[in-house]
Ligand binder design. Structure first.
Ligand code: GLN
Ligand code: ZN
Length: 768
């Protein structure tokens, strides 16, 4: 049995790639210096895997920005607006746009890679798209590794995944029509790779984890038959991951490829299906993806080996490979860097494995599966058993109170006392807000000063008294400002928060934080997701203090500000010893307690942000219902502990609402604020068509740009919204939080927004 790793993180253990790339962008490093760091990272990654004994090591898993962008340049699929540029200039212009005296081109679009938090550059296609193969990077890496004495398997994105992940930039044209001109280009590439003496190539087709139409399935079939008919000596590893092959299984088993990769972490059961499948006649190697590339938990060796045993019953050892479930791109790099980190309990550290440790796991599992004897490997197996049995019974994980509460959850816990129409009347009586009430989404500019003070406080360079004083002054200023410009519902400004998930994680039990657990999100942007390791509970109120302080400074309503359970779950590494839904409900109960405490403290309006609801959707439509059911319910649990007169808001950004609008309505928030300004209220249509029953704040300007919208523009948008929605249900707000903006533009924009609302109110008065 051989070992295989589908891909390795490329940012470097200390984010070396990020640092040098940003330096290069600033003009403080040369192209040579940038490429040198790249080569360094690649060779370290290869050597690490080679020395550990990984049999199938990837090349071309490295990229200066993104692997799909890499594929665009390899295939010469360059949108016309970048054609006059070349080299790295062109490459980074495609990724980030370019604006200087001579050039002004917008970047290509970026979107999430399947259900991960990684973003790829979206290929652009027109009927004019011509492919021209450019093999330099791929061949170059094969040679670079060879110089180190390491034979690699290059990884490329498959033709159908490449086309389907891209976008048509022309009406009446189908990007799959490009397949016939694309395949010869791939074939040429495969031949060149083969000429390098390479034995295996890994072709990633994760699109197989999604629902495919007949036409799309046919495209897969056509592609791999094409490669087989034009055969080189190269053997193909077809890699699907993030879910099983599902309804595409027949298709996949029938393809003329030598190796089929299975993500057995996301879907264990598919192994039985495949081994028992009539089309599986044992003429393929199965690559068993046993080590989780998406999470940070140590592999459970006994459990993994049981799957290998199953495969062994049907297959010869030479037909079984053991590897990672997907590329390790989605894991933090090295756990050893956390040895001095006190924010992860010592016991919990023993349960973790980052990318480097996962390599060791792949090797251990292969050694064990091959039945190799030796004291070291036997010790590792018993260590692994011991760790898992300790974890199963650890007090850090299990909290009887939390489990009891979860078990006793009743249907009524996810229901407000009365239906919306009745609540709306009560809230109107209590809140006494004008027509077109104005508000913001929560955060105000996180100035340099705010970040400096927080950093000092965290490093113990600032006493908590001094930090509190600073926060008080910021909050006070924010309240004075909001009153001065005439906003109706105020916020405290979120000056005490770093990040909308991290802040809550730091105040909840069951969470741990890495110091260097960076994972690439896009380009040079990396994130450090919190780790949820145990039952979640809330030792004490988390936000009541600053909300009450703010409320004490004004007679207007101050809106409490919370992150919702689904978003906290979605943006963290979560437990794998219980369903996600259970963890989500635990978080929901903690947030519910916070909501109730805010109400008790006199806060009458509370916003629970859920920007991540949509991105949690499973890859296959048939699984959507189950997910939406528990996710929406978790939100409702968090929101339903309050009286009818307390108004619950929720906020979502970057969402396409069309296909899940009824579920959003099911959330039953009294008010929802959404992003619509960029699309000129287009996104609002879903709410209109659906006759969304509750109140709604369509964002009236784009906070992602420093541009100040005019009063007229906002008025126009509000007029349009007023034609579409019942006027008494409309709120007026920017489309997201303002933390990335500066104060001057924020002031001007909000002044214009308030003025626009006032004008509409006047018009309304005149018309009655
Ligand atoms: N309340 C948060 C803020 O204003 C919401 C952020 C978000 O939706 N991403 O910053
Ligand atoms: Zn937002």
């Amino acid at each position: 049995m051989k070992s295989i790793v589908l891909g390795y993180p490329r940012i470097g253990a200390n984010r070396e790639l990020k640092k040098i790339t940003e330096k290069y962008w600033r003009g403080d490093a040369t192209e040579d210096e940038l490429l040198r760091v790249g080569r360094q990272i690649k060779s370290e990654n290869w050597k690490l895997q080679h020395d550990l004994g990984v049999d199938l090591i990837s090349s071309n898993d490295f990229s200066l920005y993104d692997q799909v962008l890499e594929m665009c340049t390899t295939l010469g699929c360059i949108p016309q607006r970048f054609e006059h540029l070349d080299g790295l200039h062109q490459y980074f212009a495609m990724a980030r746009g370019l604006q200087n005296k001579e050039v002004d081109v917008t970047a290509m679009e970026m979107t999430k890679w399947f259900d991960t938090n990684y973003h790829y550059i979206v290929p652009e296609f027109t009927s004019e798209t011509k492919f021209r193969m450019n093999p330099d990077k791929i061949l170059g890496e094969i040679k670079e590794a060879k110089k180190l004495g390491i034979q690699t398997k290059p990884v490329i994105i498959g033709p159908v995944t490449f086309l389907l992940l891209g976008k048509e930039k022309e009406d009446g044209f189908n990007r799959l029509d490009l397949l016939s001109s694309l395949l010869p280009c791939y074939q040429e590439l495969l031949e060149l790779i083969s000429n390098e003496g390479v034995e295996f190539v890994q072709i990633d087709e994760p699109i197989l984890a999604k629902d495919l139409s007949g036409e799309e399935q046919l495209a897969i079939k056509k592609s791999y038959s094409f490669f087989a008919n034009n055969s080189t000596k190269l053997k193909i590893i077809l890699a699907n991951y993030f879910d099983c092959y599902g309804a595409n299984l027949n298709l996949a088993l029938d393809l003329p490829v030598q190796v089929l990769h299975l993500d057995l972490v996301r879907c264990r059961l598919q192994l039985d299906d495949i081994l028992a499948h009539p089309l599986f006649n044992g003429n393929k190697i199965l690559s068993l993806g046993l080590v989780d590339g998406r999470n940070i938990w140590k592999n459970d060796y006994e459990q993994s080996l049981r799957l290998v045993e199953k495969a062994k019953e049907k297959l010869d050892s030479s037909q079984i490979w053991i590897g990672t479930s997907c590329s390790l791109l989605h894991s933090p790099v090295n756990l050893e860097l956390e040895s001095n980190n006190e924010k992860i309990p010592h016991e919990v550290k023993q349960w973790l494995a980052f990318a480097e440790q996962k390599l060791g796991e792949v090797i251990d599992l292969t050694t064990l599966a091959n039945g190799e004897e030796g004291t070291i490997i036997r010790e590792r197996l018993s260590d692994n058993k011991r760790v898992h049995s300790l974890k199963r019974s650890s007090k850090l994980v299990h909290n009887g109170e939390v489990k009891k509460r979860l078990k006793n959850l009743k249907e009524s816990d996810s229901q407000r006392k009365s239906p919306f129409t009745q609540r709306q009347l009560e809230q109107r009586n209590h809140l006494r807000l004008p027509l077109y009430p104005t508000t913001t989404i929560g955060s105000f500019p996180q100035t340099k000063e705010v970040r400096i003070q927080r950093r000092k406080f965290k490093k113990n360079e600032l006493s908590s008294k001094a930090y509190d004083e600073f926060l008080f002054n910021e909050t006070h200023e924010a309240i004075k400002f909001q009153e001065a410009i005439g906003l109706d519902v105020l916020v405290h400004g979120e000056f005490e928060r770093n990040d909308m998930v991290e802040y809550f994680g730091e105040h909840l039990s069951g969470f741990a934080f890495t110091q260097f657990g960076w994972v690439q999100s896009y380009g040079t942007r990396c994130v450090k997701p919190p780790i949820i390791y145990g039952d979640v509970s809330r030792p004490k109120p988390m936000t009541v203090k600053w909300s009450s302080v703010a409320q004490s400074l004004t007679k207007k309503h101050v809106k409490g500000m919370l992150t919702g359970p689904v978003t906290i779950l979605q943006w963290s590494f979560v437990r794998n010893d219980q369903p996600r839904s259970a963890t989500c409900n635990q978080i929901a109960l903690a947030i519910r307690d916070e909501v109730c405490d805010l109400e008790k403290a006199g806060i009458k309006i509370i916003q629970i942000d859920e920007p991540a609801i949509r991105e949690g959707l499973p890859l296959r439509k048939e699984d959507w219902g189950t997910y939406l059911n528990w996710a929406i319910k978790a939100f409702r649990i968090s929101a339903s502990g309050v009286d009818d007169s307390t108004q619950i808001h929720t906020h979502m950004c970057y969402s396409e609402f069309n296909d899940i609008i009824d579920d959003i309505a099911e959330m039953d928030a009294d008010v929802i604020t959404i992003e619509t300004s960029r699309s000129e209220m287009e996104l609002l249509q879903a709410f209109v068509d659906f006759k969304y029953p509750n109140e709604i704040g369509p964002g009236v300007y784009d906070i992602h740009s420093p541009r100040v919208p005019t009063t007229e523009e906002i008025e126009n948008l509000l007029e349009r919204a007023s034609e579409l929605l019942p006027i008494e249900n409309i709120w007026v707000n920017p489309d997201c939080g303002l933390k990335t903006r500066d104060w001057p533009e924020t002031k001007l924009a909000l002044e214009n927004m308030v003025r626009a609302a006032q004008k509409l109110r006047q018009k309304q008065l005149q018309s009655v």
